[in-house]
Design a protein around this ligand. Sequence first.
Ligand code: GLC
Length: 526
Amino acid sequence: MSGWWREAALYQIYPRSFQDTDGNGIGDLEGICRRLDHIADLGVGAVWLSPIFRSPMADFGYDVSDYRDIDPVFGDMAAFDRLLEETHARGLKLLLDFVPNHSSDQHPWFQESRSSRDNPKRDWYIWHDPAPDGGPPNNWMSNFGGSAWEWDEHTDQYYYHAFLAEQPDLNWRNPDVRAAMRDVLRFWLDKGVDGFRVDVIWHLIKDAEFRDNPLNPHYDASHPDIDRYLQVYSADQPEVHDVIAELRAVIDSYDDRLLIGEIYLPIERLMTYYGRDNSGVHLPFNFQLIQCAWNADAIGSLIHEYESALPEGGWPNWVLSNHDQPRIAARVGEAQARVAAMLLLTLRGTPTLYYGDEIGIADVDMTEEEVLDPAAINEPGVSFNRDRSRTPMQWSDKPVAGFSDGKPWLPLTQDWRERNAAVQRQDPASLLNLHRALLHIRSIEPDLLSGAYRRIDMDEDVLAYERGASIAVILNLSSEPVELSLPDKWKAARVLLSVRSAQALNEVPANLAGAEGVILKIKDAE
Ligand code: GLC
């Protein structure tokens, strides 16, 4: 089996929040360059950057106005070239965030498209006449609240935007759009980037007839608008797989590149994104752990369901948090965030770490007035405020946690003086050192990379599994100690690592303290 990405752990950087070098309080490419040693030292294999392209920043870079240029807030193309070189020099791969579903409304393509009904680029976006009552063409809702249709007075039609009105959806049924976007991929691949995470890939194709979505019987006012209807016609259409296969063909025309799709769908639908004969994305992002209740039973069932649903040749992957979701430490607390790290890095498949999770950044205090996330501004109190998961990386106890010389664009978390990378590097039992140890063990134990996953039944608070013949993992998902009744071959095992100490242990414990976990190396397999 080929593919570096089966072995590498991925590390997501939200560039605005990693390291600022020009004092404007916003991270930049030069800053990422300066911090590459932190990433290499952690032991991951690849870095994925959230969008760095030219953008009016209505959605902080997920609204691209030039797919082939770097936004000045992050630097310029020379800074990018240097970052790519420095990343590769450390043996790391670099992945970009490709945002093909929509552009910015400031993109020249959209400017042309909206200029007149007969402009050659009119059909590059999705334009429709009003419904007979003069209202929006159908009931599709924006993911960021309200109708997904925006009225354009100049040409007397509506355009479709699955996100902000400043993010009009491109028409992927138009072959010229597809060709232009394939060229964008080639532009970056020719530069040497190692692949892409593709934003909202399941959205690319919409129902050809634009039929109304059915009502969601479970909707109530505590949910965002998007949940009013089931997304039956507005996304996840069968033809999307042809588009993805075309993108994949571009990727495959280069050596060893990776295509990841951002997909929020139930497991059964998610699996279709591996594509027929694996012609889809290499990795359809698996967000199941983010949505799962934090107990052994729920997590165990979900791993089973996911593993059993994988198509032949489909490689698994796992994600715990990202820039759109609550951070793992905010969700399950610090002690269980340590257990979560052992889980993430011992499951079968490619893990993705989110910057800051390696030091356990949790929640931030913010007032309503401070909120910048457009989703949370549009639907306050209903939509998760994503700013909470995008606060600056905490490097040291120097001013602004070593992130910037200026005022950071988002606040630091309260505990930054104690919770930062410099402090944790000195503490052998820190979460940072736990991550380093986990990634190291993962890299030297072949069964952790590719050994089959098999769950072993234990106490109801314990999640235990074998990986191949040589590794066992036991995790206590509760805060209370549990007594273990272990198979004999596990009792005689070596303890490679404990969650609580971030060290090896001398013997296999008979009881597992609350939020403790261990990796065992089974002796007769040595
Ligand atoms: C994806 C991104 C999110 C963005 C949205 C629109 O879900 O992860 O941050 O707001 O797409 O591009």
